[in-house]
Design a protein around this ligand. Sequence first.
Ligand SMILES: C[S@@+](CC[C@H](N)C(=O)[O-])C[C@H]1O[C@@H](n2cnc3c(N)ncnc32)[C@H](O)[C@@H]1O
Length: 201
Amino acid sequence: MKGYRNRLFSGVTTSMDRQRRFLGTLVREPLSVGAVAPSSRRLAGHMAADIAPGSRVIELGAGTGVLTRAILDSGVAAADLLVIEQNEAFSGMLRKRFPGVAVRTGNALGLKRYAGELPGPADFVVSGLPLLLFSPGRKLRLLHQVFSALTEDGAFHQFTYGGRCPVERAVLRRLGLEAALLRFTPLNMPPAFVYRLQRRR
Ligand SMILES: C[S@@+](CC[C@H](N)C(=O)[O-])C[C@H]1O[C@@H](n2cnc3c(N)ncnc32)[C@H](O)[C@@H]1O
């Protein structure tokens, strides 16, 4: 236990430490975490699909940083990545794990306050938020800000455990968006679907 605490403090955490931290937070705040385990590396790879080196990316609800790792591994520079995570323990851990990445402790629904910190509009917003637990009104407010922060061709990637898009048709229509299933990831707990939302052409 002491070794675990020391590692958390120093920022050098093992994947087992991160699982423990995730489970501890899940027990205390089930409705904000909304998942039984961090995403698998396979799912993280699917969420980062098509993110090319040089892209500017915003990540929402980063947890212990599985998707953050995949985004950086796709060639995104640390200075071109902005992370918003509301849980303080997670955001502290992310700052230590990913020096150079702007990690903000805050609500993704306050995105417009932070988006200007990137050197330009984002090409992708990658979300690990538990959207199924958001009301349609909250999704509308969130996506309005997301698409204001994105370039004209920018895309929003979201995973879900439900077999269909976690954003209602009425919300998509109101914002002029279309959704497409990008990938299915059976190798995740639970199996997950990755959706891409973009402006309707
Ligand atoms: C399902 S976990 C996903 C964690 C990680 N992205 C992954 O894939 O393993 C959801 C994360 O979103 C964060 N979160 C939930 N609601 C949020 C909000 N409104 N703003 C920012 N972060 C939020 C939680 O604290 C948690 O870290």
